[in-house]
Design a protein around this ligand. Structure first.
Ligand code: PPE
Length: 327
């Protein structure tokens, strides 16, 4: 991976190579951590974080679901992240906030082990490759089912839960495919190993509902809105496996991946990215980079607004009406 200079760790900016944890950290042994993946884009207003507050709110929800009280407020983490990007001098980057149970107590009820909090940023290119983004990826339905809500919490973005995604991704990569598609425990389509899924049938966009064990993707929400604004019908409903094979178009959405067309599934050819995929992808990329006026409110500029700036302080929190924290 490409390094940056500094990482924010437990409230301090430390050199990249010095951001360390103890080998007996609880999170390493049991996966007791919750994290986010965000992206910062170069825009006309300088670097800006896409749906920053939505990501941090999901982080807080994931933490709550796993009984991990976050040591910092959403606004403190938001400002630390903006400051980290400024100090690293990055114009665009991936952002990885993570809170995890640290060193101090072993066993499953280790409530005295402290909760550590880190935010790292680094340049990260196209998750499924540049070619995947433009030409589409080849996907395989995984033999591993997505974690069931009976045993874990699909809605939470928790470290240990990613062993499920890793099994699916590894299986598909070893079989020569670029991505895995997981079914839920009932056998309906759920999502990619690190992306939500959209299926086009008879000109309508379909995407699995929350009860299908999906992660409530920030980009899924954005794409639903963008597609509706473009005049398409978007239906959240269960999708049968075979509907993937006979779909007109299929695409994946996620922070790391952005919007990636799928060109074949289990060797059933869907072909080059379709018209609707292209249309939504173009608008979505405009939104990410601040080129779409109506979605500008989704971007949290990293640099404080100048005296001529529209909103005082201009943090996403300020615009969304929450209390603002001074830099
Ligand atoms: N499902 C899963 C399982 C998932 O990990 C992600 C994001 C999504 C859906 C899409 O969610 P959102 O980014 O909010 O639209 N995956 C993150 C982690 C990827 C990684 O390899 O690490 C990401 O894209 O940042």
């Amino acid at each position: 991976m490409e390094k940056a200079e500094l990482i924010w760790h437990n409230g301090e900016f430390v050199p990249w190579d010095e951001a360390r944890v103890h080998v007996l950290s609880h999170g390493l042994h049991y996966g007791t951590g919750v994290f986010e993946g965000e992206r910062c884009y170069e825009t006309e207003r300088g670097p800006a974080i896409f749906r920053h507050r939505d990501h941090l709110e999901r982080l807080a929800r994931s933490a709550e679901l796993f009984y991990l009280p976050l040591p910092y407020s959403t606004e403190e983490i938001a400002e630390a992240t903006r400051e980290l990007i400024r100090r690293n001098g990055l114009r665009s980057c991936y952002i990885r906030p993570i809170a995890f149970r640290g060193y101090g107590e072993m066993g499953l009820y280790a409530h005295s082990a402290p909760i550590e909090m880190t935010v790292a940023v680094w340049p990260w290119g196209a998750y499924l490759g540049e070619e995947g983004k433009s030409q589409g990826v080849r996907a395989k339905v995984s033999s591993w089912r997505r974690i069931s809500p009976a045993g874990l919490i699909p809605h939470a973005k928790a470290s240990g839960q990613y062993l499920n995604s890793i099994l699916a991704k590894t299986e598909s990569a070893n079989a020569g495919y670029e991505e895995a598609i997981l079914l839920d425990e009932r056998g309906f389509v759920c999502e990619g190993s690190g992306e939500n899924i959209f299926v086009v049938r008879e000109g309508q966009l379909l995407t699995p509902p929350h009860v299908a064990s999906i992660l409530d993707g920030v980009n899924r929400r954005s794409v639903i809105q963008i597609a509706r604004d473009l005049g398409y019908t978007v239906v959240e409903r269960d999708i049968a496996r075979a509907e993937l094979y006979i779909a007109e178009e299929v695409f994946l959405t996620g922070t790391a991946a952005e919007l990636v067309p799928v060109r074949s599934i289990d060797d059933h050819e869907l072909g080059d990215p379709g018209e609707i995929t292209r249309h939504v992808q173009g608008r979505f990329e405009d939104a990410l980079c601040g080129r779409a006026e109506e979605y500008l409110e989704w971007l949290d500029p990293v640099e404080p607004a100048g005296p001529a700036g529209a909103a005082d302080g201009d943090s996403v929190a300020a615009r969304q009406g929450s209390s603002k924290v001074a830099p």
